[in-house]
Design a protein around this ligand. Structure first.
Ligand code: UDP
Ligand code: MG
Length: 186
């Protein structure tokens, strides 16, 4: 992967804040490779192993799966891609995720895109999207919001302290968000 020279951008924001949507657009315009930690985990769950089933259970409860699982999936995906410019979406979800990534992958992100959107808007988006995700039901959504506030916001605060956070309000249209996102990558 050329780890020493790799560029990593973390994309964080509440569930439904537009991480996946915007990452697809960044890939098209700016030549990054995109990995969604959640998508990698859902793929892992489909493997049907005991560890996969345990992860599915945690995801259904809106909990964060063990760092070792997520970081190993990310590390493997990064290696296999042969790329050196990575957008990592929905990760790190807590400070332990972040520490493990640093340990295993060997370097930190260049910056964090932080997609900020009110919970009532997120809730509507999640209930309206029809991706068939097991965790897009109101009960799990409430748990995901709580996990996000309790465990992911501290990651954003951590990077804010390092002056690495690019804060974008995402309760507007996809195109309006992408305009602001583009300005950061240009
Ligand atoms: N998840 C996790 N670690 C990660 C990313 C995701 O444990 O690094 C789990 C967690 O249970 C989360 C679920 O996968 O609620 C879905 O994550 P995703 O990023 O796909 O969705 P979001 O909640 O941001 O819409
Ligand atoms: Mg996503």
């Amino acid at each position: 992967m050329g780890e020493a020279s790799a560029t990593v951008v973390f994309v964080l924001g509440g569930p439904g804040s537009g991480k996946g949507t915007q990452c697809a657009k960044i890939v098209d315009s700016f030549g990054y490779v995109h990995f969604s930690a959640g998508d990698l985990l859902r793929q892992f769950v489909r493997s049907g192993t005991k560890e996969g089933n345990e992860c599915a259970e945690m995801m259904q409860q809106g909990k964060i799966v063990p760092s070792s699982v997520t970081v190993n999936l990310l590390k493997q995906a990064m290696k296999d891609s042969g790329s050196s410019k990575f957008l990592i979406d929905g990760f790190p979800r807590n400070l332990e995720n972040r520490d493990t990534f640093l340990e295993v992958v060997g370097h930190d992100c260049s910056f964090v895109l932080f997609f900020d959107c009110p919970e009532d808007v997120l809730e509507k988006r999640l209930l309206n999207r029809a991706e068939g995700r097991a965790d897009d039901n109101i009960e799990t959504i409430k748990k995901r919001f709580k996990t996000y506030q309790d465990q992911t916001m501290p990651v954003i605060e951590h990077y804010r302290g390092m002056d690495k956070v690019k804060h974008i309000k995402t309760d507007v249209s996809i195109d309006e968000v992408f305009e602001k996102v583009s300005a950061i990558f240009k």
